[in-house]
Design a protein around this ligand. Structure first.
Ligand SMILES: [Zn+2]
Length: 87
């Protein structure tokens, strides 16, 4: 049973962990973890967006997903802590 890439929709053989076309992770969980980390990195790089309530909600959701990931990546600071300063 081929694995379809979530990013480019190319079919890959079942023994592949990463897409042969674009290099994205083929496991759904791995793929989501990758995307969440990307989002968090972007959010942290652009700290200004954390000043609006809606972006903080998006961040909190992404942060919750990330807790399910087997990831060793740590942000340089925790924006949810920074949020407290905004009040
Ligand atoms: Zn792909």
């Amino acid at each position: 049973m081929p694995k379809r890439c979530y990013q480019c929709e190319r079919d890959n053989t079942a023994d592949q962990a990463f897409c042969g076309g674009c290099g994205a992770a083929l496991g759904l969980n791995d793929y989501i973890c990758e995307k969440v980390e990307e989002q968090l990195r972007d959010a942290i790089r652009d700290r200004d967006i954390l000043e609006t309530e809606s972006s903080i909600k998006v961040f909190e959701r992404a942060w919750g997903w990330r807790l399910d990931c087997q990831s060793s990546w740590k942000p340089p600071f925790n924006p949810l802590m920074a949020k407290e300063h905004l009040r």
